[in-house]
Ligand binder design. Structure first.
Ligand code: SF4
Ligand code: SF4
Length: 349
């Protein structure tokens, strides 16, 4: 195998400065509550794949024009957003993705991206390096492609090897257990391959039907507990929120969506999260610090049965302070099936 670029002097300097920037942003998030910690932004609803479970994509949307993406990113910067993650659809199909990444970095935010990885090549990875990408997440669903998902280790291994050799950014591989996937042991193989290639690895839970809590079956639980017990430093810490989800129990927590976490769709509207689109539904250009403050103090009635781990992790920063003083019952998509799109996955490890 070729020498890994991330082990070069350039790679190590980049990793160290990224860590420092992250530490600074975490410190700022702990000290001040008036800004979003993470925003997920969609530059492209179109996807080159058609996963059987997903309703987060279409086959017709055009890319959001670059100038409009700049306006949205700049506004997130003005709100003081710490991390901006690009998702989709498939972001790599946006013809000016690298310019969007450059603009995110210009705001001072950490630049992340969630992709199915199909369009990655050595040249594209080098181009993402130059643009300043900090983090990439790829979800891999199974070992062999089937009628449910083409996001398979067999198809994507070539891209993973290219990433391990050329990427200067951090790479996380997410695998899944739960409904719709034939063999839960696939997740173990995918997780091991990720570690072997020098990436971090997480495991997500897919729930039946409508995104509500449902305990894992026996085989899925076995895999999940095995991965939970992997003590490698590459795995982030298991926590009680995720354990409750795996066992189908509800959680008591304060969701800070609309405040510390924002989801901006391709139409430029701010939503609580991918499962509660339409709330608050304000154009990002009109979103103010007053909105951020109001939502910080607004409890969401969907919180106890929520499975969205990334929002929980962001909200956990403030778990010790500011009890919420009003309640909203979003009537968005919680009752509809969103399938295991990357945004909905529950990160377990
Ligand atoms: S899950 Fe991801 S790769 Fe699959 S169709 Fe949806 S957006 Fe595309
Ligand atoms: S579904 Fe979860 S993340 Fe979304 S608003 Fe409700 S509690 Fe918050």
């Amino acid at each position: 195998m070729a020498k890994r670029k991330k082990n070069s002097l350039q790679g190590r300097i980049k990793a160290a400065t990224r860590k420092l920037r992250e530490l600074w942003l975490v410190g700022r998030a702990l000290a001040f509550i008036g800004h979003p910690v993470m925003a997920q932004i969609v530059p492209m609803r179109y996807c080159n794949l058609s996963c059987g479970y997903c309703n987060e994509y279409d086959k017709t949307s055009k890319p959001v024009p670059l100038e409009e993406m700049f306006r949205r990113v700049d506004h997130l910067g003005k709100l003081g957003t710490s991390i901006i993650t690009i998702s989709g659809g498939e972001p790599l199909t946006h013809p000016e993705l690298e310019e969007v990444i450059r603009r995110i970095r210009k705001t001072g935010a950490i630049a992340g991206m969630i992709t199915n990885g199909y369009l990655l090549s050595k040249d594209r990875i080098e181009s993402l390096n130059r643009a300043g990408l900090d983090h990439m997440q790829i979800s891999i669903d199974n070992l062999e492609p089937d009628e449910v998902s083409m996001k398979s280790l067999k198809v994507l291994d070539r891209q993973l090897v290219a990433l391990s050799e050329h990427a200067l950014f951090h790479v996380n591989i997410n695998s899944v257990v739960g409904a719709g996937f034939k063999d839960p042991n696939d997740a173990l193989v995918i997780g091991r391959r990720a570690i072997e290639l020098g990436f971090t690895s997480t495991i997500g839970i897919i729930h039946d039907g409508d995104g509500q809590l449902k305990p894992l079956g026996e085989r899925e639980s076995k895999v999940w507990f095995e991965m939970r017990n992997w003590k490698k430093k590459n795995y982030s810490k298991f926590n009680k929120f995720q354990e409750a989800i795996a066992q189908g129990r509800s959680n008591e927590w304060r969701c800070r969506a609309g405040s510390r976490y924002l989801y901006i769709c391709e139409n430029g509207l701010v939503h609580y999260c991918s499962q509660q689109r339409g709330w608050p539904g304000t154009p990002i250009a009109e979103y103010t610090k007053a909105d951020v403050k109001r939502e910080f103090l607004t409890a969401k009635s969907c919180a106890p049965n929520c499975t969205i781990s990334c929002v929980h992790q962001i909200s956990y920063i403030d778990h010790w302070r500011a009890p919420q003083t009003s309640t909203i019952s979003p009537g968005g998509h919680m009752g509809e099936h969103h399938g295991p799109s990357e945004a909905n996955l529950v990160n377990i490890l």
